[in-house]
Design a protein around this ligand. Structure first.
Ligand SMILES: Nc1ncnc2c1ncn2[C@@H]1O[C@H](COP(=O)(O)OP(=O)(O)OP(=O)(O)O)[C@@H](O)[C@H]1O
Ligand SMILES: [Mg+2]
Length: 303
């Protein structure tokens, strides 16, 4: 087939083939009237993991994935799936998208009833505590730089909430409890709704194993900014959240999105950094204005 990779490959491309670059390592490939996504992995272990997960999920006809094309002489680092024409990333502002993406995520986690994820050599346990402590460390390093965009008091608040939350999480969180497959990156653009209405997960690059509730908490982190951080509203709207393990509720106190976004800001080139900061400053002010109530609400759920 001769896919992306070398310039020679691209020059030898048949006349009925076209590539549109979507991201640095992702292309939309059109061939003979059919479209595919082509992802080029740098790491063999990630490519093998993602293929293994799709093979396993396909073996039980799990519906919320996109099929994988056979390797067919391609490099094992190249991963090809049919392009879901007309599919849209979910919008967590919409009730139907929250409800359906949560149900699909819970169905993914429930596959542990049929598949022995914990015996897989490809899936490492989600290193939540180490990762979140590392985020705090790295945020310490950029706090001075953040203060050129937002008031010192707000930078202090982010750190205070993060440290306080971690002191609770460190005591209560058990990352090895009843592990299942976790998608690992439940951001809206990795959760597509196809034109038939079916939710499809893409991009299992960060998949790992861990307690199902860990990933439900990460999903809540992504949803909260879209619903005014109203956790009571969300728990009423999505009754299945009431089954979330009590040990996992403190995860909701950690300002995950704020730390991630500020750390990301300083990886950007100067021009896009200013543009992104203009968005991030009001996002941060808004989030922090809701944090005391959020903390109060989580403690009230946690009785
Ligand atoms: N099969 C597909 N059908 C339709 N769109 C797709 C498909 N695969 C990928 N895309 C689009 O391409 C984007 C990038 O793909 P993917 O998430 O795999 O790359 P990525 O580099 O891991 O992205 P990120 O790290 O930002 O999550 C997706 O967010 C989606 O919009
Ligand atoms: Mg992605």
């Amino acid at each position: 087939m001769g896919i992306i990779g070398t310039e020679t490959n691209n020059r030898c491309m048949a006349l009925d083939e076209r590539y549109k670059q979507i991201k640095e390592n992702v292309w939309k490939w059109e061939k003979a009237g059919n479209c595919f996504s082509v992802k080029r992995y740098r790491s063999m272990s990630t490519a093998m993991k993602v293929r293994y997960i799709h093979d396993q999920l396909r073996s039980i006809a799990f519906p919320h994935i996109v099929p994988v094309m056979p390797e067919d002489g391609e490099s094992p680092l190249t991963f090809i799936q049919p392009w879901l024409e007309g599919a849209k990333a979910v919008n967590f502002k919409k009730r139907a998208d929250r409800t359906d993406s949560l149900a699909a995520l819970q169905a993914l986690h429930a596959t542990k009833k049929e598949l022995d994820w914990h015996v897989s050599p490809y899936l490492h346990i989600h290193p939540l505590v180490a990762k979140w402590e590392d985020r705090i460390e790295r945020f310490h390093d950029i706090r001075g730089a953040c203060e050129s965009f937002i008031e010192k008091g707000l930078v202090d608040d982010i750190l205070l909430y993060a440290i306080e939350a971690m002191s609770i999480i460190r005591k209560s969180y058990i990352g090895t409890k009843d592990p299942t497959l976790l998608h690992g990156d439940v951001v809206h653009h990795n959760i597509l709704r196809d034109p038939s209405g079916m939710i499809r997960f893409i991009d299992f690059d960060l998949a790992c194993s861990g307690p199902a509730g860990t990933e439900v908490a990460l999903w809540i982190h992504r949803v909260l900014p879209q619903i005014g951080y109203d956790i009571e509203f969300l728990f009423d709207e999505q009754p299945s959240l009431k089954e979330l393990d009590q040990d996992l509720l403190p995860l909701l106190l950690y300002p995950n999105e704020l730390l991630r976004e500020w750390l990301h800001l300083f990886t950007l080139p100067a021009e896009s950094r200013t543009r992104q900061a203009n968005r991030l400053v009001p996002f941060t002010q808004n989030a922090l204005s809701h944090w005391p109530k959020l903390w109060y609400d989580v403690e009230r759920i946690n009785v």
